[in-house]
Ligand binder design. Structure first.
Ligand SMILES: Cc1cc2nc3c(=O)[nH]c(=O)nc-3n(C[C@H](O)[C@H](O)[C@H](O)COP(=O)(O)OP(=O)(O)OC[C@H]3O[C@@H](n4cnc5c(N)ncnc54)[C@H](O)[C@@H]3O)c2cc1C
Length: 807
């Protein structure tokens, strides 16, 4: 066995083999995979092998599309036989919201480039003569879905990788991983030790224990999953073409043809549980099944027989029951682990056969080129912090499994695993009707419901719409108050703090104490990596804020960009401060009632910060900045005293009509101001010019990470361009990832949207072909199955001269 390698992948399932193959295709040599048993001997060998396209996320759809296009070609690419069955797929909708969802997903199909049709129950019979269509409102027909033998594609990708020089070590158990002082990793196996630059945890059901060796929390649960295959049925023996794979919310199961019988795999909507009592499997567990629990599955199997009576007609030939890795949000973990560089996660897949090819391709790009061609944020392991404990993971992953065929509407979240991170005024907001959503473990109010009914989740405007309008108008006309304690907050301190931030940030970092800027960290290739608000507290002390969900991502960005010679420390102070956003034309008067600090425009102008005393609380960091485009302050209060400042402000409510507002209102208000969102408008897929962020990039600065590439991008010109649209919407607003058409031609996609209540317009951001990015250009946006007229309007729709902000 070799003692050195560039990359060691731990685990030879479909995920590990998919990555090995694509690293080799990207041109990396000296890469190896280590597998304790035989390839596929974990979860992969016994998977049912279905490869669907249907998915509500554009990025995940790209992963699925890549795999389903790759697998039929693998034999010719690698010489290894692959049995691909391109039978197509039918997903059934039984409720109006599912129909709305399918229409949205149909839009995604146009962007991802696969063929799909919405068909009526009558048309279903043309594709599947044996299926009962009771309760079905619509089906989503995917022509190029299929299924494949999981061992075939895994072995083919491993063969392809070997042909390109990669090495596979079977029957080699990794027993420990250590980080060396040199920054390299040491992978200790029962056959020897390998020192490597990069290590990848692709250990399937064992990824938790493998992660624990290096102190990494890997939030996955091993769920027990079954499918069964009947004896051959005469009706199917001569049948051609093969029946499409059906995904049915009634039986919560997939149903397909297999060797002339029927294969059914239910995702129980209750009673599902983890395997091995939540422990990892024993090391010698290999190509084994887990004892099936058929009695428990009876309710779903009975429903499957109602949906497909052929299933009930034949005896069972085979029952497969095994472990499926499942994360709390059902999406695999692929990307850098937090902390020390070059430790990568590539595990947690619950649809790994379908996703293994695409997941491997995009992680390989990230490892080799520093970024992937798609936005990887939803796969990034750093979307989970330490709050995603074992207990949380077990609870939420089980719940997510129960919801595999459930239609989660926009805003809808699991109700288990909540209340992990709460601001000090959470209970007070709750008594005001706060409707909370979870973000990076935090509970954050989205809107305030005085009716006590809670949110009716929908793809359309729902019962939150009118109260959110009131919240928005209060901010625009009087003053609003929001708890935004969820901000990620960092302190960057030390002799070289200014030079460091200026070196990593595209904008010029404030040169005076109290100055605030919006700064972007770019990839070396000049694409957007992070967005941060940077406040200079003192010459060598900066307060840096970013999105809640970016806490670990941005901590890594800051720490990993430090040069060893720079005298700088970066501390995460997120939990130390609560944040109240006070915004609106009357916010100055409201705040004046709490503080003796001079708040007038001359002494406290826009984009400056001061430490003040408010409501008797010292050390309140007051930042004259906000994301809603009004006069106002963000008050960063030591968390333990947040309630004091909040109570004092709410007392003012009596005289000023201060209104609480949540993130739904914030989204509407920022859309009116044309403020871009990190993760939607600004991602690693675009440069600063494409995102129309020219005023935040200072190419005249001597240097910063991404500057040289940005100069090149400027010269090259944009490949796509951000536009600001008014849409003639009716009862729903853009969610993001809706196709934009010019006539019949697809010319772009939306990135986010909301109704602007002060300007009375349905607004959206989108990217279109650059030659079309001109004010007044007219398009059609495919929303909820209808093409809606949209027009590029001057940006922003509200307070174009920033008079309110500067007021
Ligand atoms: C019954 C069932 C049906 C399924 N049906 C489908 C389907 O239809 N479509 C679909 O897309 N997905 C399906 N899945 C899910 C799919 O099987 C998994 O998502 C996929 O196999 C995960 O692949 P992996 O590479 O992450 O894990 P694994 O296949 O488990 O591979 C991990 C490998 O790591 C090795 N390993 C672990 N620790 C070490 C160590 N310390 N040293 C060396 N080697 C180590 C293990 O031996 C194992 O081979 C199904 C799963 C089940 C259980």
């Amino acid at each position: 066995m070799k003692s050195h390698a560039r990359v060691v992948i731990v685990g030879g399932g479909v995920m590990g083999a998919g990555l090995l193959y694509h690293l080799a295709l990207e041109g990396w040599s000296d890469i190896m995979l280590v597998e304790k048993g035989e390839l596929t001997s974990g979860s992969t060998w016994h998977a049912a092998g279905q490869c669907p396209h249907f998915n509500g996320s554009l990025n995940m759809t790209k992963v699925h599309v890549y795999g389903t296009e790759l697998y039929p070609k693998l034999e010719s690419l690698t010489g290894q036989a692959v049995s691909w069955h391109g039978c197509g797929g039918l997903r059934l909708a039984m409720s109006d919201e599912e129909v709305n969802w399918f229409k949205y997903v149909h839009g995604i199909s146009k962007l991802a480039g696969y063929e799909a049709h919405l068909i009526s129950p009558n048309e279903i019979r043309e594709h599947h003569p044996f299926l009962e269509t009771f309760g079905v409102k619509l089906a989503y027909l995917t022509v190029s879905d299929g299924h494949v033998a999981p061992a075939d594609i895994t072995n083919a990708m491993a063969t392809g990788a070997r042909k390109l020089g990669a090495e596979v070590y079977r029957r080699t158990l990794v027993t420990d991983i250590k980080r060396l002082k040199t920054g390299e990793w040491q992978v200790i196996t029962d056959k020897g030790t390998i020192t490597c630059e990069h290590v990848v945890n692709s250990a399937g059901s064992y990824c938790g224990i493998v992660g624990s060796w290096t102190g990494h929390n890997v939030p996955i649960a091993n769920m027990l999953h079954h499918y069964m295959i009947t004896e051959p049925l005469p009706e199917l023996i001569e049948l051609k073409p093969e029946l499409p794979v059906v995904r049915d919310p009634y039986s919560h199961a997939y149903l397909r043809e297999e060797t002339n019988g029927i294969l059914v795999g239910p995702y129980e909507t209750e009673t599902a549980h983890v395997c091995w009592n939540g422990e990892p499997p024993p090391w010698d567990f290999e190509s084994e099944l887990i004892a099936p629990e058929l009695d428990r599955l009876t309710p779903w199997l009975e429903k499957a027989s109602e949906r497909l009576p052929l299933f009930g007609k034949a005896g069972l030939k085979n029952v497969i029951s095994g472990a499926i890795t499942h994360t709390p949000d059902g999406t695999y973990l692929s990307g850098p682990a937090p902390g020390a560089p070059n430790y990568w996660m590539h595990c947690g897949a619950s649809i790994g056969i379908c996703q293994g090819g695409g997941a491997g391709k995009y992680l390989a790009q990230w490892m080799v080129h520093g970024q992937s061609e798609i936005n990887m944020r939803e796969f990034d392991p750093r979307r989970f912090g330490n709050w995603a404990s074992e207990e949380y993971t077990a609870k939420v992953a089980v719940n997510d499994y129960h919801h595999m065929y459930y239609c989660m509407k926009p805003g809808e979240q699991h109700e288990v695993g909540r209340d992990l991170r709460r601001s000090a005024i959470h209970d007070r907001l709750k008594t005001q009707g706060g409707q909370f959503g979870q973000i990076f473990g935090w509970e954050r109010a989205r809107w305030y419901d005085r009716s006590g009914k809670g949110e009716s989740y929908s793809f359309k405007r729902s019962n939150w719409w009118a109260p959110v309008r009131e919240e928005c108008l209060a901010v625009r006309e009087r003053a609003g108050l929001m708890d935004l304690s969820t901000f990620s907050k960092f302190e960057v301190k030390g002799k070289d703090a200014y030079r460091f931030l200026d070196r990593i940030c595209a904008n010029r970092v404030p040169q005076r104490d109290g100055g605030i800027i919006l700064g972007h960290l770019l990839t070396p290739d000049g694409y957007v990596e992070s967005e941060m608000t940077i406040t200079r507290l003192e010459a060598d002390r900066f307060y840096v804020l970013s999105a809640a969900v970016a806490e670990l991502h941005d901590l890594d960005q800051l720490r990993r960009r430090l040069n060893p010679a720079e005298k700088v420390t970066v501390d995460d102070v997120t939990d130390a401060y609560g944040v109240l956003v006070l915004a609106g034309p009357q916010s100055r008067e409201v705040l004046e009632g709490l503080t003796s600090a001079d708040l007038c425009n001359q002494s406290f102008p826009w984009l400056t910060a001061k430490e003040i005393e408010a409501a008797g609380v010292p050390g309140v960091r007051a930042l004259r900045v906000n994301y809603v485009g009004e006069l106002g302050w963000e008050l960063h209060v030591p968390m333990g005293q947040l309630d004091i400042v909040y109570d004092a402000l709410m007392e003012k409510d009596k005289s000023w009509g201060l209104k609480l507002f949540g993130t739904y209102a914030m989204n509407s208000l920022r859309m009116e101001k044309g403020y871009r969102g990190w993760g939607s408008e600004l991602t690693n897929e675009v440069d600063m010019f494409e995102g129309s962020m020219e005023r935040f990039i200072r190419l005249d600065k001597e240097d910063f990470i991404g500057r040289a590439a940005s100069l090149g991008h400027k010269q090259r010109g944009p490949r796509i361009k951000l536009v600001y649209l008014e849409i003639e919407a009716k009862d729903s607003d853009a969610l993001g990832n809706e196709p934009i058409y010019r006539g019949e031609k697809l010319v772009g996609l939306t990135t986010s949207g909301a109704f602007g209540h002060a300007v009375k317009k349905s607004l959206a951001f989108g990217y279109v072909e650059p030659q079309l990015a001109r004010t007044g250009e007219v398009f059609e946006v495919l929303m909820q199955g209808d093409k809606r007229r949209a027009r590029i309007i001057p940006e922003p729709a509200y307070d174009a001269d920033n008079k309110k902000l500067r007021g």
